[in-house]
Design a protein around this ligand. Structure first.
Ligand SMILES: [Zn+2]
Length: 451
């Protein structure tokens, strides 16, 4: 992404759609679907720690009409480009920051309580159930269902009330809820597959169960990255091939100059949900696509869109997706080592001896909640490095630092971004550099190149 994904799905740093603009990182550790960024959107899907494992239309116009629209877009740009009131930006970010930290505290406390209570719950279930898979299902429903219910008020406040107060959302309470339910359903399917796989390996996988678990997680997350644009993304946002011939031609030329063949440039309809703009590169291999949000296409000039696109090309040129998968492999091995530590005593136990393993679900969930926080500083630092590289490529490929600066200023306005987040926030939660840093890079380029 050009702007944040909002998400430090720490266990798989770049193994997800990459977005151009930061979503602010607030939802990151809660891994919820963020409205503003598609990756954030989907990965966040779940506040559910199990899913933390995974961790991110134009009508057809004749050419003449496109020219008219282009002029209209420029006018709109002029209308929205006035910088937001710093006091408003500060107030919004303070509120989001408090919600974010409260969400983390709530998650840790919630799972901390289950660490103490899980044994009792499982002992109680043991009186009524003798099938371990049924016991696991019941435990997962109680624990994770409760997690979502407990988190709902905060999610609603942060994800809807605040967004509406600052005029950043196009959702109604009803559409917010529908979006949330879809997110839960997708999260439940993905989390359910992972959980079932984990316990199947624990119970039947033999002595090397955790090695298979690691391999399974890696394969699953690569497959998920592959099918994300084809299956998951359309559940949340409609996308259509971009239908602006002059822009397509310009972007295609830019891509071929960088040695990349574009398989598709799509217009992603974020506007039903949000006023924020974003862009991303998603998919792997033949499913690889560039998405530009309709909000971005409407507000940005072609020069600014070219900058955004060139940033995504930068990720491609540098092989950031493959490098991201390599990093995910390292992070996943750390995670699996922790799971092995807590669950291995229950490996290969008899079907009747399930209570310890099932109660261990609380430990698994606790680990999945704190793990992204622990490795966040490292994965975010690497991600910010990749983003700086992609920015440098965007400047080199377009040679238009003024458009680069303009794109970020516009984005700051549209998304009410904090150009200078506190350093601690950047370290722990931001996978994109601060906007002020990115604009400074453009100014340095301009000074060097005399543009
Ligand atoms: Zn990026």
């Amino acid at each position: 992404m050009i702007f944040g994904d909002g998400g430090g799905q720490a266990s798989s740093p770049k193994n997800h759609p990459d977005t151009f603009f930061p979503g602010g990182g607030y939802e990151s550790t809660r891994a919820g679907v963020r409205e503003a960024s598609v990756r954030g959107t989907l990965v966040a899907a779940s506040r559910c720690p199990v899913n933390a494992l995974l961790k991110g239309a134009q009508a057809r116009y004749p050419l003449s009409m496109e020219a008219t629209l282009e002029q209209e877009r420029k006018d709109e740009v002029a209308a929205v480009a006035s910088p937001p009131d710093p006091g408003k930006v500060h107030a919004y970010h303070q509120a989001k920051r408090i919600c974010h930290l409260a969400g983390i505290a709530q998650g840790i406390a919630y799972w901390g309580i289950w660490l103490a209570l899980a044994g009792g719950l499982v002992a109680w279930l043991d009186q009524y159930l003798d099938a371990r898979w049924l016991a696991l299902l019941a435990t997962a429903v109680v624990m994770h269902g409760g997690y979502h219910l407990v988190g709902l008020p905060l999610d609603y406040y942060s994800g809807f009330i605040l967004e509406r107060r600052y005029d950043l959302t196009n959702q109604t309470p009803g559409t917010w809820l529908v979006f949330q339910i879809k997110t839960w359903l997708v999260g439940t399917v993905i989390g359910g597959i992972l959980l079932a796989g984990l316990y199947a390996l624990l119970w039947y996988g033999g002595g090397l169960w955790s090695v298979w678990a690691w391999a399974g997680l890696m394969i699953f997350s690569v497959l998920l990255a592959k099918v994300f644009p084809l299956i998951i993304l359309p559940l949340f946002y409609p996308a259509k091939p971009l239908e602006r011939p002059t822009l397509i031609e310009r972007l295609t030329t830019l891509a071929s100059g960088a040695g990349m063949t574009i398989t598709g440039i799509f217009n992603l309809e974020l506007s039903k949900e949000t006023k924020k703009a974003n862009a991303m590169l998603a998919g792997l291999g033949s499913s690889r696509r560039v998405y530009l949000s309709d909000t971005l296409l409407e507000a940005f000039s072609d020069d600014q869109i070219a900058v955004v696109f060139a940033h995504e090309l930068g990720h491609h040129i540098r092989g950031h997706i493959v490098k991201g998968i390599g990093l995910a492999a390292v992070a996943t091995s750390l995670l699996v080592a922790l799971l092995h530590w807590r669950l291995n005593p229950f490996a290969g136990t008899d079907a009747g001896q399930w209570t310890g393993a099932v109660a261990g679900l609380a430990q698994v969930s606790f680990i999945l909640t704190v793990f992204p926080l622990i490795i966040g500083p490292a994965t975010n630092a690497i991600s910010r490095h990749f983003e700086r590289q992609a920015d440098a490529d965007a400047l080199r490929l377009t040679d238009n630092p003024a458009a680069f600066r303009g794109a970020f200023e516009l984005l700051t306005t549209m998304n009410l971004e904090d150009p200078n987040p506190p350093r601690w926030e950047e370290i722990f939660f931001e996978d994109h550099p601060a906007i002020s840093t990115r604009i400074a890079a453009a100014d340095a380029y301009a000074a060097r190149s005399g543009r």
